[in-house]
Design a protein around this ligand. Sequence first.
Ligand code: ADP
Length: 250
Amino acid sequence: MGKAGGDSRSLINEQGLRIDGRKIDELRPVKIEVGILRNADGSAYIEFGKNKIMAAVYGPKEVHPKHSALPDKALLRCRYHMSPFSTEERKNPAPSRREIEISKVMREALEPALMLEDYPRTAIDVFVEVLQSDGGSRCAGISAASVALADAGINMRDLVAACAAGKVAGQVVVDVDDIEDKEGQADLPIAIMPSSNQVTLLQLDGQLNDEEFNKAFNFAVQGCKQVYQLQREALIGKYFGRSEVPEGGQ
Ligand code: ADP
């Protein structure tokens, strides 16, 4: 989305609160559920504010066409798609340039966390279906996909947690929603592998000076860490039947 960069002062009020009442360093409410699709090998559902997104994983499985198989590792394929009813105006269901780009960056964001070398000559397919979008859908989709991959039992080095920060009404804020994305001045989505502190996605739409970039990056990392806790709680809740996360445990 292009950044208007216009007068967006009303996006933050005199008390420093945003249009939906959040503080500048506050995430939207996040809910993650694991293993909700019977016919996928792994699945997850995420609500990130008003975003509602399903992620489904198939594999490791036989590769078609066969010549695209890799001799030393699994082929990871990702498809990010927005349903026609996910946006205010009906969205054409055909893949747009934006969806093709997001599918690519999503694959690149997830791949470092996966031990693809354990599954040579196979394919792992990740489908991310946006049922309702409200800004930040690529981050929410990556976070859900990583949980779905864990649910599928794929060997992983780490989860991948994603969150954006941005600049709205001249201020750096975490977790930019749709209206803030459209009327704000910058959007910085990032994904990290929280255990090893590695960045696997970093994009920037709009402009930030050095100081703003550092602040936004730190806000986004803090957001990712909160998402990571919720990812772990969702997985532990599914597999161990409890919601609390053991101190320092996996
Ligand atoms: P992200 O969802 O990762 O923030 P963008 O910054 O490209 O990705 O998009 C921001 C938001 O703009 C989306 O979450 C969605 O709500 C809206 N949007 C994107 N594409 C369309 C579209 N084709 N029609 C209507 N709204 C869209």
